[in-house]
Design a protein around this ligand. Structure first.
Ligand code: LLP
Length: 420
């Protein structure tokens, strides 16, 4: 099921034709469907059911305030990895007591701010970080709620850049030394041990790696319980994949059903940090063909979106479908869809069979996760607009950047004094 469908020969987002959005807001523009985000969030909330716990949407996947606010309105919690993401959650009306703070490099200032705000838990990734958090909490005369991110050493069988649960990755504390670290944490007056967490990777399309990781975590939980360190929750991170092209990730209900079964009668709440599975297929990148260029080896369609707008193809050789907004009945040919950035790696898609014309609108699908949030100003390109569609309404949730935005905070230096 998709909220982006063809009607009368052109592509719509919910009840709004994309042609209308392009006319009103220009291109390139990210277009999101509110209904999609709501449906995906509810799939998690329903699958959790009466089991105590939190669905903490991973802000990094799509951190637009419009998106965060609609999730906050549904009661979602949030997984953050920086002080910036915390401010976004607060500005969007998110409840800090439903926030988990992940990430390997939290600064003392970020810890202070999160303690002031009253986050639910710090997902601590190293002993050094634990010491710093202890010191910051002591200095503030408070207690920090902590979970240790353990590295369960399982192979998530996904792209190496988005695989995080192997021993060789920089994330988490090795599971075999975690008990020692827990003992140390449990002795501190300024730390309150409340959980354990892991995140083994992203775009997983099978349950087995999640369940292997869970089994390893449960062994640890039982060992800790035997030592008198009782945890309140277990956080399995994010990682459930989506369909970009033919993948068949398991439904959320199967995933959480299997997880709850394995928890058995342990009194453990469940925290999840889904990003992509809530947002990816709720967004597309609307772009216009600027030029068609036929060369000996390849046909190139140069569009007005580029790697600075969506880095995924360049960085991970990721495949996302690219479809015409108003399909042409002409003969299709093979095209490389490329952007205006001066890099050979600047492509959105290669060898796409399409009938193209200059000036035509294209939609790059599955762009709601790690699309805008990974965008940059490379080549001094103002970042795209973002529009949220809700039924027949459209909200400009981020205005296209202006040339003034591009140089904000920068300044030329004065001329050198001539030397005597
Ligand atoms: N929790 C933690 C601690 C994470 O590191 C991540 C993602 C998530 C949750 C959310 O994972 P998700 O449910 O979205 O798979 N830029 C890459 C994906 C990087 C994921 C990083 N961590 C991409 O575009 O494929």
């Amino acid at each position: 099921m998709s909220e982006f469908n063809y009607r009368g020969g052109s592509l719509w987002a919910e009840e709004v034709p994309l042609e209308q959005i392009a006319e009103r807001f220009g291109t390139p523009t990210y277009v999101y469907s509110r209904a999609h985000f709501e449906r995906q969030y509810r799939a998690y909330a329903d699958a959790l059911g009466e089991h105590p716990g939190l669905i903490c949407y991973a802000v990094k996947a799509n951190s637009n305030l419009g998106i965060l606010s609609l999730l906050a309105q549904l009661g979602s919690g949030f997984d953050i990895v920086s002080g910036g993401e915390l401010e976004r959650v607060l500005l969007a009306g998110g409840d800090p007591s439903k926030v988990v703070f992940s990430g390997v490099g939290k600064t003392a200032a970020e810890m202070r701010r999160a303690l002031e705000a009253g986050v639910h838990c710090f997902n601590v990734e190293s002993e050094a970080e634990l010491e710093r958090l202890d010191a910051v909490a002591a200095e503030m005369g408070t207690t920090a709620p902590v979970s240790l991110r353990v590295n369960p050493d399982v192979d998530a069988k996904t792209h190496p850049y988005i695989s995080t649960g192997l021993r060789e990755n920089k994330f988490g504390i090795a599971i075999d030394t975690a008990v020692d670290t827990y003992r140390r944490a449990a002795q501190s007056h300024h730390l309150k041990v409340i959980g354990v967490d892991c995140h083994i990777g992203s775009q997983l399309t099978e349950l087995a790696p999640f369940l292997d990781a869970l089994d390893r975590l449960l062994l640890l939980v039982d060992q800790l319980t035997a030592e008198g360190i009782a945890l309140e929750h277990l956080d399995l991170g994010g990682g459930l994949g989506v369909r970009y092209r033919g993948e068949e990730p398991p439904p959320v209900s199967d995933y959480l059903g299997a997880v709850k079964e394995r928890l058995g009668d342990r009194q453990l709440g469940l925290v999840l940090e889904p990003g992509r599975s809530i947002s990816a297929n709720g967004g597309l990148l609307l772009t216009r063909v600027e030029y068609l260029k036929r060369a000996e080896e390849h046909n190139f369609a140069i569009v007005d979106a580029a790697m600075n707008d969506n880095l995924r193809p360049a960085l991970y050789q990721a495949w996302q479908d690219i479809v015409p907004v108003a399909p042409d009945s002409g003969e299709s040919e093979s095209w490389d869809i490329v952007g205006p950035v001066c890099e050979t790696g600047d492509f959105l898609g290669k060898h796409r069979q399409l009938a193209l014309q200059q000036g035509q609108l294209l939609a790059m699908l599955s762009a709601g996760a790690y699309g805008f949030s990974m965008s940059s100003n490379y080549n001094s390109r103002p970042r795209a607009a973002e529009v949220l569609v809700d039924g027949d309404r459209t909200y400009l949730v981020r205005a296209r950047e202006t040339l003034a935005d591009l140089v904000r905070g920068e300044s030329p230096v004065p001329e050198r004094e001539p030397e005597e």
